[in-house]
Design a protein around this ligand. Structure first.
Ligand code: FES
Length: 122
């Protein structure tokens, strides 16, 4: 199974979290379904391509992901700090290669907004 390394999965630099998932799974759902501690990827719209809180940067393995479709491209226009390596975690489907991913600041903030009980402990 491919591995996904979230270089800042716990929300801090160096807070790497590595998970495995079945090919055909979105990066967001792989993060959500992983054994705790789960990578902190926001998902305000529940993975329906209707927000940009799952915005991530793909550092390695981008060629193995599904192609970006127009709806994802349009939705990324709402995101902050969009880069060539930007994807929406709910729309990027894992192939057969390992990935290295960074959660954007807006994704980390959205996750904390969705999990306020973690605000005090970080
Ligand atoms: S969770 Fe809203 S667009 Fe991905």
């Amino acid at each position: 199974m491919p591995k996904i390394t979230f270089v800042n999965g716990s929300g801090v630099p160096g807070g790497e979290i590595v998970i495995e998932c079945e090919p055909g799974t979105s990066i967001l759902h792989a993060a959500e379904d992983a054994d705790p501690p789960n990578p902190r990827v926001g998902m305000a719209c529940g993975g329906n391509c209707a927000c940009s809180t799952c915005h991530i940067w793909i550092h390695e393995g981008e060629d193995s992901l599904t192609e970006m479709e127009e709806a994802e491209d349009d939705r990324l226009d709402m995101a902050f700090d969009v880069r060539p390596e930007s994807r929406l975690g709910c729309q990027a489907i894992v192939g057969d290669q390992d990935l290295v991913v960074e959660i954007t600041p807006e994704g980390l903030k959205a996750w904390l907004d969705e999990h306020p009980d973690h605000r005090k402990t970080g």
